[in-house]
Design a protein around this ligand. Structure first.
Ligand SMILES: NC(=O)c1ccc[n+]([C@@H]2O[C@H](COP(=O)([O-])OP(=O)(O)OC[C@H]3O[C@@H](n4cnc5c(N)ncnc54)[C@H](OP(=O)(O)O)[C@@H]3O)[C@@H](O)[C@H]2O)c1
Length: 260
């Protein structure tokens, strides 16, 4: 029987590519995001793979969503074998000038929803003795990020939480992988309002397909952590020895909006 992957943030970017990859490998997919029309269009495109597709339009900024999503999956009679916590967004600008409501929503979507979905879906995975979780963190999780302060902090949370959970679950048959992409060509930068920043204007912005390939393989191998791209990996390693003030300044120069 086909295994089932639940992918949040499946309506665009990395999530859409994850859906294609799971379907290509013969796994049924549950597609979650707010934009129902986009989810349905993706489900239609996936028909060629002959897997079952389920679209569940939910807003993960709503604190009641993880519980409702778990119940909706149960009502469909499905058990989740792969949980991909991919939905997320950022914002760009001096923290005090940003809309605080949206910053709080970001913590809900990028952190709290992941925490709760991991708890709800991993309990049954552990009872069955198998399952794989893939949480999309970011290279932003390695250091503080002035002008994207909340976003960088949310990704530090995802990274720390995922690694800790991966350790706790060793030997249970359930693995947890944190994927750390660097700047990648999706709708992320436009949504965050930093598509003109140095971070996204420099050469080397990754393709979504490549990031997804790396993350998918790492999850299937049960690796705790994967950093996409050798330059990002080098930055990851060098940050362990760099003074925090230097790391902060470099991140600030990459994120600083014009006039800030
Ligand atoms: N692109 C990069 O440079 C980059 C680098 C490192 C990490 N990442 C991470 O990669 C993940 C995927 O982002 P992406 O690059 O693929 O960006 P994207 O193209 O903007 O996709 C983001 C996805 O998250 C969903 N989403 C956003 N808010 C949501 C909400 N309140 N409820 C439910 N779904 C929500 C969006 O769907 P709806 O709008 O339909 O709800 C969309 O499907 C994110 O966690 C991001 O932080 C991205």
């Amino acid at each position: 029987m086909a295994q089932v992957a639940l992918i949040t943030g499946a309506s665009s970017g990395l999530g859409e590519q994850f859906a294609h990859r799971f379907a290509r490998d013969g796994h049924d997919v549950i597609l979650v995001a707010r934009n129902e029309a986009r989810l349905n269009a993706l489900a239609e495109r996936l028909r060629i793979s002959k897997v079952r597709t389920f679209t569940l339009p939910f807003d993960l900024a709503d604190p009641t969503t993880p519980e409702k999503l778990f119940a909706a999956v149960k009502a469909l009679g499905l058990e989740v074998d792969f949980l991909v916590n991919n939905a997320g967004f950022g914002s760009n600008g001096p923290f005090l000038e940003l809309d605080v409501k949206r910053e709080v929503e970001m913590v809900q979507v990028n952190c709290t929803a992941i925490l709760e979905l991991c708890h709800r879906f991993v309990v049954p995975m552990k009872a069955r003795g198998r399952g794989r979780v893939l949480n999309i963190a970011s290279t932003a999780g390695f250091q503080p990020g002035p002008y994207m302060a909340t976003y960088y902090a949310t990704k530090a949370f995802v990274l720390s939480f995922s690694e800790a959970l991966s350790h706790e679950l060793a030997g249970t048959g359930v693995t947890v992988t944190a994927s750390c992409p660097g700047a990648t060509s999706t709708e992320f930068a436009k949504v965050a309002g930093n598509d003109t920043s140095r971070l996204f204007q420099r050469p080397g912005v990754a393709k979504a397909e490549d990031v997804v390939h790396d993350a998918y393989e790492a999850m299937m191998q049960g690796e705790a952590l994967t950093v996409h791209g050798w330059l990002n990996y080098l930055a990851f390693q060098s940050l362990r020895f760099s003074p925090r003030a230097v790391a902060r300044s470099i991140a600030a120069s990459l994120n600083k909006p014009p006039g800030a």
